[in-house]
Write a protein that binds this ligand. Structure first.
Ligand code: GDP
Length: 357
């Protein structure tokens, strides 16, 4: 699936760069353009991407701190310039735009929903937000900002694909230390998902294409994904259990929103050497995904890759009613209360997070 990436804020820029590099190194060609926007000059200077500094008149290149309302205002005020920059990259082959941002900060938290809204107004292709949720140990301002941002993003974007910062970091590693590692994991997984619609190596019967990804995300709301791999035998008959067990592993322990299992839609992609893929294994794995997610719309397909391992990539759409998302919204609501007690002028309602617009 050919996409243009636009990173907003610090996390947005770094994750965008990691994704663009992964796609380039693998030779997939799914990322056709990428650039980063920020209110903080120093964050942009660290990137090897095309960049654009916004809000200079308001914050003089120093960023917005944790003020996501200011982040949203600046993006709204300068959306024409950002669109001009983007427009040169949206060619006729582009099938989607992905806005990438950390939802807990300021520039990305406020800027991503504002930008998604503007993009929806102008482009026909789907607009996705790849949003990073703060880990449990991050402060209450991050939780409160992310809760607020998520509500708006889920409404404005065609789908909000979420990555929880607690999901893919190694044990013993703090979230801070782990950023580069997490960003690589995000790049690999989202990169494979996008490339899956491109079928780079060989053509199998049941190769997945972009429309399967788009249709899985069509319901809107919140999406997440997981990926697991295992060594595979050369004989496909021996890989029936391998395929079912990597699928189970991806869905139950490796999701970008851990424990988000109930879903409206799902896509199961089996990546690897087509000669090693057991159709029986794929069929069983797909049935299992149907039962586990409770979804009546489980799509599937292969992604031919030259490897002696097999991988299962699971994309879930419409997970907003899952326990994980409810838990996060509770955490954000509590954090918003703490924040508004600390600052009584804050406009948060206690039990109804206002959105940014
Ligand atoms: P902004 O520049 O104002 O948009 O703020 P940030 O992008 O720094 O957003 C802060 C949130 O993003 C926090 O929840 C951080 O944990 C998270 N974050 C910051 N940098 C990274 C990164 O490189 N990778 C990941 N995965 N998360 C990050």
């Amino acid at each position: 699936m050919k996409v243009v990436l636009i990173g907003v804020g610090q996390a947005g820029g770094k994750v965008t760069q990691a994704l663009a590099e992964f796609d380039y190194e693998m030779g997939f060609g799914a990322v056709t353009g990428a650039f980063a926007v920020n209110t903080a000059r120093s964050d942009l200077q660290e990137l090897e991407l095309d960049t654009m500094l916004i809000g200079q008149d308001r914050v003089k290149g120093h960023g917005v701190g944790g003020d996501n309302e200011l982040g949203a205002e600046i993006m709204q005020a300068e959306s024409t310039e950002v669109m001009d920059e983007l427009d040169q990259r949206i060619t006729s082959e582009v099938e989607g735009v992905m806005v990438v941002a950390g939802l807990g900060g300021g520039t990305g938290s406020g800027g991503a929903p504002a930008l998604a809204k503007e993009l929806q107004r102008i482009y026909e292709v789907p607009i996705y937000v790849l949003g990073v949720l703060p880990g449990r140990d991050e402060g209450s301002i991050y939780q409160a900002n992310a809760g607020r941002s998520l509500k708006t993003v889920a409404r404005e974007a065609d789908s909000a694909i979420l990555i929880d910062n607690d999901a893919w970091h190694e044990s013993g590693e703090s979230v801070e230390e782990g950023y580069d590692h997490i960003n690589e994991q995000i790049a690999q997984r989202i990169g494979l998902l996008l490339a899956a619609g491109e079928a780079v190596e060989g053509v199998a019967e049941s190769v997945v294409d972009s429309s399967e990804i788009i249709n899985t995300l069509r319901e809107g709301g919140i999406a997440c994904m997981g990926y697991a791999t295992a060594e595979a035998s050369e004989d496909p008959e021996e890989n029936v259990n391998t395929i079912t067990s990597i699928t189970r592993n991806a869905l139950l322990t490796k999701m970008s929103l851990p424990d988000a299992v109930e879903a409206e839609t799902a896509l199961l992609v089996i990546a690897g050497d087509p000669e090693r893929v057991s159709r029986k294994g794929v069929e069983r794995a797909r049935k299992w995904v149907e039962e586990e997610t409770g979804s009546l719309q489980v799509r599937g397909g292969d992604f031919p890759l030259n490897s002696d391992r097999l991988g299962a990539l699971v994309l879930l759409g419409g997970v907003e009613r899952s326990r994980r998302v409810e838990e996060f919204m509770d955490r954000a609501r509590e954090a918003a209360e703490t924040e508004s007690q600390a600052d009584p002028t804050d406009e948060f309602e206690n039990d109804d997070l206002e959105d940014l617009f």
